[in-house]
Design a protein around this ligand. Structure first.
Ligand code: PSV
Ligand code: MN
Ligand code: MN
Length: 424
């Protein structure tokens, strides 16, 4: 299914008057709205191929219908999102869930939807049918050299697929760790992992990055070999300039101060990218901003401050991606909501009066500093985000248009009710 610009235009025409009133009020309240809108238009958030189908838990999976069955259909789904919001201009593939057969055809299809290929993701946490060695006791950390070699070779193969598609980064997330005390020699596991990562790093083209994602627990529940930002930092520091840490919001122990982690990684030039989601208990259960929008804002506040301090380009110098699971919502609606929440947090962070905040900090004026941050957070910036969409040819209200065009029903008509998407 394609969403033509005529559908978007007529949707926008209907909502225009109301939008213009809100937009006029918002701009009368804030300073340089034009600069913020320009940045919002440039900002793109990649969509992972595995988020397009209904996820599940170990207790079951409730398929939503019309889910993409192939890499082509996944590209088409991201194309739909991008047509609606013009802010989802990239797809992130996961090998071997997405094996590109015909690179040229896939690149052409992505080009037709104005999509780029974001980071490539390797998978050494599941055993595949034709695989020689099992990853039951880890992959890059494994005590058995043959297993490590197999996992290294897989990562190198993923890089090769990415080169063909024009991707420029590899994200490594490892399930490696241990489930019981005594199972693992931590030091040896670290050293094996480092050596394995070094081999993968050596296979990176010069313009590529390696992002090392950390996660505090799961699927191992005693230790994880890349468990937190300090551990990831320790590896990427040793690997070299092309290696950086990737922060997934759902991968921290409860109450971790993620905004401080972000600030320090940026300062060390070791922050590579982001996986956005929200959670109350663990990992990626919830839509970005669904539960802790203030935390999301505080993270963006540090990102904007830190990137500006280093003269970085917000849109280009870090990898931005959603990584959430969709158990009961329509994944496409959920992804539209996530992008909106991220844009709102970003716009609010751009609103922060940085000079005033610096003065308040230098004067230890704690109350004033809080006023400044909360003034920005409590500003309703939705009309600015909508205006950015309007100017880029997207829909003023993507979820509303998605529903009124009955996109899901159309996809079910095209693909059937019982589809099995690959993914987490
Ligand atoms: C597992 O926790 C995970 O959600 C990681 O966040 C990865 O980024 C993703 O799977 C895909 O491998
Ligand atoms: Mn992730
Ligand atoms: Mn995760």
């Amino acid at each position: 299914m394609l969403i033509g610009s005529n559908k978007i235009d007529s949707h926008n025409d209907e909502l225009l008057k109301k939008h213009q009133n809100k937009f006029a009020f918002t701009t009368s309240e804030i300073g340089d709205a034009e600069a913020i809108i320009k940045k919002l238009i440039e900002f793109q958030i990649a969509i992972p191929s595995w988020a397009l189908g209904t996820g599940g838990t170990r207790f079951g999976r409730f398929a939503g219908g019309g889910e993409p069955r192939s890499i082509e259909e996944k590209i088409e789904d991201v194309g739909l999102l991008h047509a609606l919001n013009k802010a989802s201009g990239a797809i992130s593939l996961h090998i071997p869930w997405d094996i590109p057969q015909d690179y040229k055809a896939i690149k052409t299809l992505a080009g037709q939807h104005n999509l780029k290929f974001d980071a490539m993701n390797s998978n050494t946490f599941q055993d595949q049918a034709n695989q020689e060695h099992t990853y039951k006791f880890g992959s890059l950390q494994n005590v058995n050299k043959a297993v490590r070699k197999q996992a290294i070779a897989h990562n190198i193969e993923v890089i090769k697929h990415g080169i063909e598609l024009g991707s420029e980064s590899l994200t490594v997330w490892l399930a490696d760790g241990s489930s019981f005390p005594g199972q693992l020699n931590f030091r040896k596991a670290y050293q094996n992992t480092l050596e394995s990562l070094e081999e993968i790093y050596d296979a990176l083209p010069s313009n590529w990055k390696l992002f090392l994602e950390y996660k505090c627990a799961e699927p191992n529940f005693y230790s994880t070999t890349v468990a937190d930002w300090g551990q990831s930092y320790s590896y990427v520091k040793k690997l070299g300039d092309k290696a950086q840490t990737l922060v997934d919001l759902g991968h921290h122990l409860p109450n971790a101060n993620i905004e401080q982690i972000v600030s320090l990684l940026l300062m060390e030039n070791k922050l590579g990218g982001f996986h956005f989601n929200d959670s109350k208990y663990g990992d990626d259960d919830l839509t970005a901003g669904a539960l802790k929008p203030y935390q999301l804002f505080l993270i963006f506040n540090e990102l904007v401050e830190g990137m500006d301090a280093r003269g970085m380009n917000h849109a280009k110098d870090l990898g931005w991606m959603i990584d959430a699971s969709h158990n009961i919502k329509d994944p496409l609606e959920d992804l539209l909501q996530s992008v909106e929440a991220i844009m709102i947090a970003y716009a609010q962070a751009l609103l922060v009066d940085r000079k005033a905040l610096e003065i308040a900090q230098d004067e230890n004026d704690v109350a004033k500093a809080q006023e400044i941050l909360q003034n920005a957070f409590r500003t309703d910036v939705r009309a600015l985000v909508a205006e950015a969409r309007l100017r880029s040819g997207a829909a003023l209200n993507p979820v509303e248009l998605y529903r009124s065009l009955a996109v899901r029903q159309n996809l079910i008509g095209e693909r059937g009710l019982k589809t099995m998407a690959t993914g987490l």
